[in-house]
Design a protein around this ligand. Structure first.
Ligand SMILES: NC(=O)c1ccc[n+]([C@@H]2O[C@H](COP(=O)([O-])OP(=O)(O)OC[C@H]3O[C@@H](n4cnc5c(N)ncnc54)[C@H](O)[C@@H]3O)[C@@H](O)[C@H]2O)c1
Ligand SMILES: O=C(O)C(=O)C[C@@H](O)[C@H](O)[C@H](O)COP(=O)(O)O
Ligand SMILES: [Zn+2]
Length: 359
């Protein structure tokens, strides 16, 4: 098994990565756990819940399953309440454990529920999408959306472990694999040029889910995210680089309506726009902008933004959590493999990028 450690001010935990991990989930349940809620959706449950339940049989604890409605459009306060209703009706207490079994939507909602139920109970992440395995399950950002902005209601709250079984990726739709690859290449762009070049050279193996390449790439992504989060758990400074492409991307998601574009697709397109802005403001080489565009094309993510009213787009970017004093703060690349946060006040440049990057 491959293990990556996450060591933050608030806690220290392992990311366990292997083929067949689901069968061994019982090993990660704390001994004093009183009851367990597996939070998932019908798609994932119908394929994999029996494996988990059979592994958990050996620990003889009461288990309930809570199936949430599926999709980004349900990542909201209403869905959160479904969890609380079930926990209270089943007498869940402070030693109860939540298991987030699904993609980033399930992980973000469950983490938030765990952080506020009885002022905080333990939870485990079992991410089942590529995106969740390399990004959302790690680092403790939890949230639900608000109609006016992505992830606006949430907390920083770490899981007690992350359990990654790469076998579940075999049932993941190709479009979701592509969305996950977008967040994966992000790490190379912001912090690790070698990893970027490795991804460029092995992208076909990753798209085809070759096991050895997948394990290497998932592990490296988790190491990079762990490194950043361990230095700056609550996004006071460095952690904001993980938001590369998200200023544009989150605006696409919220203005179009949650769920129309996948999060990873919006980030992919947002990374091209952020690369264009980097070229304008920091002189990122044009050849590097084209390299990024062609990588995003190769992973089958959109390279052009949808038609969005520019005013609505700007308005959505103005509510981004990274902003201060009314200025939009972007993550920009001086070169591939390094990133900085910069406030951009020149509205003309932003407008031009929005207009020229649209379908
Ligand atoms: N907390 C963080 O740090 C962080 C980081 C990145 C993204 N996010 C959030 O994550 C969310 C996106 O997550 P996502 O891309 O995992 O999407 P998702 O959670 O919506 O899952 C995608 C779809 O795949 C299905 N699915 C999941 N696993 C499957 C499997 N193994 N086989 C078949 N189908 C499967 C799901 O039911 C769902 O329909 C967004 O809300 C985004 O904001 C959070
Ligand atoms: O972990 C982080 O920090 C990230 O920014 C990772 C992003 O990929 C992720 O989409 C995150 O949820 C965005 O956070 P937000 O604070 O911009 O809502
Ligand atoms: Zn993201």
């Amino acid at each position: 098994m491959n293990i990556v450690k996450v060591n933050t001010k608030s806690s220290c935990y392992n990311i366990n990565i292997s083929s067949g991990r689901l069968k061994h989930i019982n090993e990660s349940i704390p001994i004093d756990t009183t009851s367990i809620a597996i939070i998932t959706n019908n798609t994932i449950s119908s394929m994999y819940i029996d494996i988990i339940k059979s592994s958990l049989k050996s620990i003889h604890k009461p288990i309930i399953e809570i199936c949430l409605p599926e999709g980004e459009e349900y990542k909201n306060l209403h869905t959160l309440n479904i969890i609380f209703d079930n926990l209270l009706k089943n007498n869940f207490d402070r030693k109860s454990l939540l298991i987030a079994f699904g993609g980033g939507v399930i992980g973000d909602i469950t983490g938030f529920a765990a952080s506020v139920y009885m002022r905080g109970i333990r939870f485990i992440q079992i991410p089942t999408t590529l995106l969740a395995q390399i990004d959302s399950s790690v680092g403790g950002k939890t949230a639900v959306n608000h109609i006016l902005g992505k992830n606006m209601i949430g907390s920083f709250y770490q899981p007690i472990s992350v359990e990654i079984d790469i076998d579940v990726l075999n049932t993941l739709p190709k479009r979701e694999i592509s969305a996950g690859l977008a967040e994966m290449i992000k790490y190379g762009l912001i912090i690790d040029k070698n990893f970027w070049e490795w991804c460029e050279n092995h992208i076909k193996n990753l798209i085809n889910l070759d096991q050895n390449h997948l394990i290497y790439a998932i592990k490296r992504s988790c190491e990079l995210k762990s490194f950043v989060v361990s230095k700056d758990e609550k996004e006071n400074n460095l952690r904001a680089i993980l938001n590369f492409g998200h200023t544009f991307g989150h605006a696409i998601e919220s203005v179009l309506g949650y769920g129309k574009w996948l999060h990873g697709e919006a980030v992919a397109c947002g990374m091209i726009q952020a690369a264009e802005l980097s070229s304008n403001i920091l002189n990122l080489k044009r050849s590097d902008v084209e390299r990024i565009r062609s990588m995003i094309k190769n992973i089958n993510c959109p390279i052009l933004a949808p038609k969005i009213d520019i005013e609505k787009w700007l308005h959505a970017m103005k509510v981004d959590k990274k902003n201060t004093n009314g200025e939009i703060n972007f993550v920009l690349l001086p070169e591939i493999g390094s990133s900085i946060i910069k406030s951009v006040s020149n509205k003309d440049i932003i407008n031009t990028i929005l207009i020229t990057s649209t379908i």
